[in-house]
Write a protein that binds this ligand. Structure first.
Ligand code: SAM
Length: 293
């Protein structure tokens, strides 16, 4: 009984948070709305009050703190069955935002032998890319994701009679791959992309980022709330991400806006940006990393 009351109160807090977020997002669209929210939030009392109302929709200092907080209200995250079944459906679709990747990757596709797919879900990206680019028969496509995905990735590949897909539990397996791709997942990592890559013994030759929400200025940790699940995520700074990649030796070949989704942080609308895709090539002389960032 007591447990039910607590659950009911938690649901109510999430509903109040959702309503507050809708209100702030609507306000942000009005002339001077963004400035008004910034001004209101500059008063510590109002800021604390807005945060309390926003509940799981408020900004957080880091992904770990956010995850601990949001799990008290909504227990499910990336493992939610709706999330997984949507990823399965994506295997049969080439999404609009995949086309820039296909365009820039097409010249490299015949020479690919090792791919590391960070936050690769159920390996769903492989299937449209293979359909469009006819990836080599000897290719090894390693999906790296949370441990609960391993079985799903392997079973799904088996159901498609696909033996080029494997699951990697270790980020180190990305060392020296031909293609490192992180699509719809970079925002689930605390560290910047260049910091993640600089830990590898050998840098990947091509790096693709796709369908990623970024911040217009400073990074900010926020949440993505769905029906029955919630994820903590960090909107990295787009400019700092590109600068970081250039500092470790990559050249930005292209970037494209992804209008399929938008990130709208209720309390910091000034940081809102569209999603982006980025295509980097490693400069020829920078493959081995001796120094850390
Ligand atoms: C939106 S899906 C993206 C799937 C696929 N890359 C695509 O573009 O369709 C995000 C994936 O990131 C994974 N993910 C989240 N946090 C992660 C972490 N810390 N390590 C590895 N994978 C993670 C989730 O499990 C999920 O499968």
């Amino acid at each position: 009984m007591e447990g039910q009351v607590v659950m009911g109160l938690q649901k109510l807090r999430v509903m109040i948070g959702s309503t507050t977020a809708i209100g702030l997002r609507a306000l942000a669209r009005l002339p001077h709305g963004t400035r008004l929210i910034g001004l209101a939030a500059s008063y510590p009392v109002i800021e604390r009050w807005l945060r309390a109302l926003l509940c799981v929709y408020q900004p957080f200092p880091d992904i770990e703190t956010a995850t601990k907080y949001i799990r008290r209200f909504i227990p499910a995250g990336h493992e939610h069955s709706d999330v997984v079944s949507q990823l399965k459906q994506f295997a049969d679709v080439t999404r609009e935002s995949d086309y820039p990747v296909l365009f820039y990757l097409s010249g490299y596709a015949p020479g690919l032998s090792r791919v590391f797919d960070l936050g690769g879900g159920i390996g769903n990206l492989f299937y449209p890319y293979d359909r469009e680019l006819r990836l080599p028969a000897t290719l090894r496509w390693m999906v790296h994701d949370l441990p609960d995905k391993e079985e799903i990735v392997l079973q799904f590949a088996q159901s498609r009679h696909e033996n080029r897909i494997g699951f990697s539990r270790r980020m180190e397996d990305a060392s020296g791959v031909d293609l490192f791709i992180v699509s719809g997942a970079l925002h689930y990592f605390e560290d910047e992309l260049a910091v993640i890559l600089a830990r590898l013994a050998e840098l990947p030759r091509l790096v693709v980022v796709n369908r990623t929400p970024f911040s217009r200025a400073d990074p900010i940790v926020t949440t993505q709330v769905g029906d029955g699940y919630v994820h903590a995520c960090k909107l990295h700074s787009l400019a700092a991400t590109i600068a970081g990649m250039e500092a470790v030796g990559y050249r930005l070949v292209a970037r494209w806006p992804v209008h399929e989704r938008a990130s709208r942080v209720p309390l910091r609308p000034d940081l809102n940006d569209t999603y982006w895709g980025l295509f980097f090539v490693l400069e020829a002389d920078r493959r081995r990393r001796d120094a850390s960032l």
